[in-house]
Design a protein around this ligand. Sequence first.
Ligand code: 26V
Length: 810
Amino acid sequence: MLQQYEPTQIARWLEEKLLENFGTDPQTATPKQIYKAVCYVLRDIMSELWLVNHNIADSHRNKQVYYLSMEFLPGPSLKNNAFNLHLEDAFRQALASIGQDFARITAMEPDAGLGNGGLGRLASCYLDAIAAKGMAGHGMSICYEYGIFRQKIEDGEQTELPDEWLNMGDVWLITKEDQTEEVHFGGKLEEIWDANGRLRLIHKDYTTVLAVPRDMLITGYDSDVVNTLRLWQAKSPITIDMKLFAEGKYLQSMEEKHMAEVISKILYPEDAHTEGKLLRMKQQYFFIAASMKSLVKRHMMKYGTLDNFSDKVAVHINDTHPTMAIPELMRIFMDEYGYEWDQAWDIVRQTVSYTNHTVMPEALEKWPESLFKETLPRLHSIVSEINRRQSVDLMKTYPDNEALRRDMAVINNGELRMANLCVEASHTVNGVSSLHSGIIRDQLFAGFSAIHPEKFTNVTNGIAYRRWLCQANPELSELIVSLIGPGFKKDAMELERLMAFTEDRGVFTRLEQIKRRNKERLADYIKEHNNIMVDPDSIFDVQVKRLHEYKRQLLNLLHIIHLYAEIKRDPGADIQPRTFIFAAKAAAGYYMAKQIIKLAYHLAQVINNDSQVNGRIKIVFLENYSVSLSELIMPAAEISEQISLAGKEASGTGNMKLMINGAVTLGTEDGANVEIHRAVGDENIFIFGLRVEDVERIRREGSYSPFRLCQTDGDVNEVVQFLSQGVNGQYFSNILNALTTGYNGCADPYFVLGDFGAYRDAQARAAAAYRDRDRWNRMSLINIAKAGIFSADRAVQEYADRIWHIEPLK
Ligand code: 26V
């Protein structure tokens, strides 16, 4: 049972915090001071729980998982923490008693945006679920001073503004200076023979950077287990060098300091393109070295030996970015604790597991060997040895297949391939949906899975559904409570009981009313931010996710052009009114992605202001997609656009958030859409387009010709012609070229035109279904009812049982 507090008690603590931190009182405090005081009070309550449980974890000697990730995307925490600890009402009343409004205060919180998209948000969803399950599991990452950029769109052009989240967001961070670790870069290796006649490698002349932990406490719903997300901040050990100063070399010494601290300055805003940049490499080693040091230290303090390391510690590698944990653990075991290679390797292999999140070749990390060697000489010597041993083994397994051996090699052609290293060293490798796990097992890592089929598994992604259902859509959540009781808040599978209401028109009506109010709320936001009036009676058709060619926002836009052309042909056409809502950040250097944003913008200018359209189609591009914006959008959505080219989207998680809010998926058989399809059945989803096998066959045959498509399909030809005439006076020749003639000799690599016809038809089916209100509401209800399997609680339980082998603390 979670302890509850009287509002009067909370109000007293608030007053204390205001006095102690700002020398003020509730009457004179600024809103920002009130906000901070509220967070401090809640943080103290969380700290107490943390202390109790970590004493328990230590005395019970439970196994703990460390989830390593370059990205976490917690979004706002205040409301979430209060909700998890059942303290929302108490805080609301306490604030009211000093004349403040809880909703206004929570709205002030900046998003902690320490991630790009799906990968980072998933990591945060899992920390939430681990705590909710009462397990001990901790995140490890970097305390970026600047998170994902703030997106501004001016005249269709995206600009990136710095995200200074720490200004208000640091209220959740507890700095633990005394647990600072040293991280060493560069330098050289020297061989010496120790007293026992063993050859030892000594790392000398390195540069030191300090890693200061800033811990964020993580709560889980209805759970007294509070865990930590440890974020490392880089600090230079150089203070002010008085000697250099006296010599007039002040600037030089400050420059060195700056170079060290730049490591944790900013999150890399690309999420699908590796560039082998030195700073990125340093970021990775920085947080890995600090994390491994701190967890080995903790383990040694508790057990006095590392022999039982893998019984007590699970290390999870979230995509390849934390791969350096593998050689770093080897280094610690061998260089600092005297283990032999084989022993160290056994422990590492029993400790480490890896999740792959993408098969896009340009996103698979590779490091130039020369850069790696120069920056991390000791790690390089270890990875070289892993590679040497691997190649000896591969010679035995695949003596006649040189191409395959080359494919699987950890080092090849002067490059370190991090995915291969992960697979080589992990006890378990998984993908994030059943389709994707099949692709990595049978294609990407086929050589490995033939030798070790038992290594490969699937854990379909899941979401912290309480955030998007209970917190973001309270009316829907209350309706569900009134129908099936509150049990679904702890066990998402209970949502299935909503299937008892699939013929209940009273329920349909209430569902529709709630959706309508959420749409009005979003419409108000759109009016305020985009100055566009949208009709809450139109279908809210939503595509919100990072901007990537493979996700095919362009396909959506081409279909809108098609609808527009229909209206222009026949202004009286009976068209189901639609509001197409987009939100997406493009990586700063991703030209095509930015062109697609620009196209959306100019298309909106034309269509939204065309009197012949008369409001039947509206396009809205919402700026600065983020966790908090998604909490506003998901509850208002009716169609969930999940239209990636089959085989490209590893899972998707927005699809799950939209589904649980009653949106119906319009999508390809890709990622988790396949499992959504299976869950709701053909009747309650709009599936279209090429499947993975089709794409593979067409590629094999080399038979795809967008040019021919333009000649044979009048609608395809029409939209291409439309584009070629320019939109709002802007020309999009690069988009047109990519679609029709192609770059790198490959036209339309994501089959946008190839899937156009099927997409247009699926859109027409969706529009027809929407007209039948009972049918639509039933579909919506069934989607909610079947969303339970996509909960992060389920996913984390699978990781705990099959991969990490951890249990709840009590
Ligand atoms: C790659 C790179 C390359 C270097 C620059 C920084 C950076 C950051 C991230 C990545 C890989 C991104 C992979 C990713 O985000 N995958 C997404 O993972 C989601 C959670 O599993 C999944 O739902 C999405 O389908 C998948 O695209």
